[in-house]
Design a protein around this ligand. Structure first.
Ligand SMILES: NC(=O)c1ccc[n+]([C@@H]2O[C@H](COP(=O)([O-])OP(=O)(O)OC[C@H]3O[C@@H](n4cnc5c(N)ncnc54)[C@H](OP(=O)(O)O)[C@@H]3O)[C@@H](O)[C@H]2O)c1
Length: 283
């Protein structure tokens, strides 16, 4: 990796933000590659995103990631938005151009797909029906990624049907919205199940989903990584399904961010993953 002769700066903006594992990820890459730089968590209140983003250039930041509650609001602030971010309706990464203008991207979709492909290199999105639970920001990135990858049938189940219907309408043919009461039946014949709801996160109730009708050959993915094994993943593992947590999605979305900020391409290695896992376990 070419070593730039300057102090590299990037950040994550959110509220709350101190729980974020992104600083650990990006500072690991600085250290691993012998680079002088820092990635800092910035607690930015709702309504302050505009001034915060506009200050990045003067402060010599190359860019930032965005987390709750800023991903949607950024769309109206940045100067250019890539196609995926516009269609998903959320910006996860901002790059500061040399002239100070701001470019917005969504790397969550890339991170999700790379995580799946790392676990199952021969994964094919068109190999059978895929059930996605949830219709929030995470779901929009996941559904977009799967549709781009050629998925032919995405069964979208969400507690609030109207949100799933909006995604089905916007993303078109492969996506069908299902009533929440149909979530158990929707698993029939599926080759993959993805949880994108907040259910199963630390402090939240488990996702209320009976896996009986899910084929044992199906991959069960959760985009949550706190805990590393959600109750859904544990139940799936115990009945023989392959499982995948959300940590790899976080790790992989960082790679295109580095490309946009620094022109560099760090690697997702077993050591990096182990470092993040140890932090998440509280070791
Ligand atoms: N691994 C990663 O890199 C990554 C990236 C993004 C997000 N995530 C994780 O993904 C999760 C969702 O994030 P998000 O940004 O998509 O959140 P969000 O936009 O707030 O969406 C939350 C989703 O959870 C559903 N939900 C909430 N409470 C529920 C309940 N009691 N029963 C059933 N469904 C319920 C919501 O349904 P309604 O529409 O009915 O409210 C909605 O579909 C979070 O845990 C987040 O940390 C991980």
């Amino acid at each position: 990796m070419a070593i730039p002769d300057r102090f590299l700066l990037a950040a994550v903006m959110g509220s709350p933000v101190l729980h974020s594992r992104s600083p650990l990820l990006h500072n690991y890459w600085f250290a691993e590659n012998g680079l002088a730089g820092a990635y800092v968590p910035l607690a930015i209140a709702p309504g302050q995103l505009g001034p915060a983003l506009r200050s990045l250039h003067a402060l010599k930041f190359s860019g930032c990631n965005l987390t709750i509650p800023h991903k949607q609001d950024a769309l109206a602030i940045v100067d250019e938005v890539d196609d995926a971010a516009r269609r998903i309706g959320a910006i996860s990464c901002v790059a500061v151009r040399p002239d100070g203008s701001l470019a917005g991207f969504n790397n969550d979709c890339y991170g999700f797909m790379e995580n799946v492909l790392e676990a199952q290199p021969d994964f094919r999105a068109d190999a059978g029906p895929i059930v996605v639970a949830g219709a929030g920001g995470g779901a929009r990135a996941v559904v977009w990624a799967l549709a781009q990858r050629g998925a032919r049938e995405i069964r979208l189940v969400n507690r609030t049907l109207a949100r799933a219907e909006i995604i089905a309408r916007e993303f078109g043919a492969p996506v069908q919205a299902y009533e929440w009461s149909q979530r158990h039946a929707a698993l029939e014949g599926a080759r993959m199940l993805v949880n994108t709801t907040s259910q199963g996160m630390v402090g939240m109730a488990p996702l209320d989903l009976a896996l009986d009708r899910l084929p044992r050959s199906a991959l069960v993915a959760d985009i949550i990584y706190t805990p590393l094994e959600t109750p859904l993943l544990r139940a799936a593992r115990l009945r023989g399904n392959a499982t995948l947590n959300g940590l790899g999605m976080l790790l992989h979305q960082g790679r295109p961010a580095w490309k946009a900020w620094f022109g560099l391409e760090p690697k997702v290695t077993p050591q990096l993953r182990a470092t993040l896992e140890a932090s998440l376990r509280g070791d």
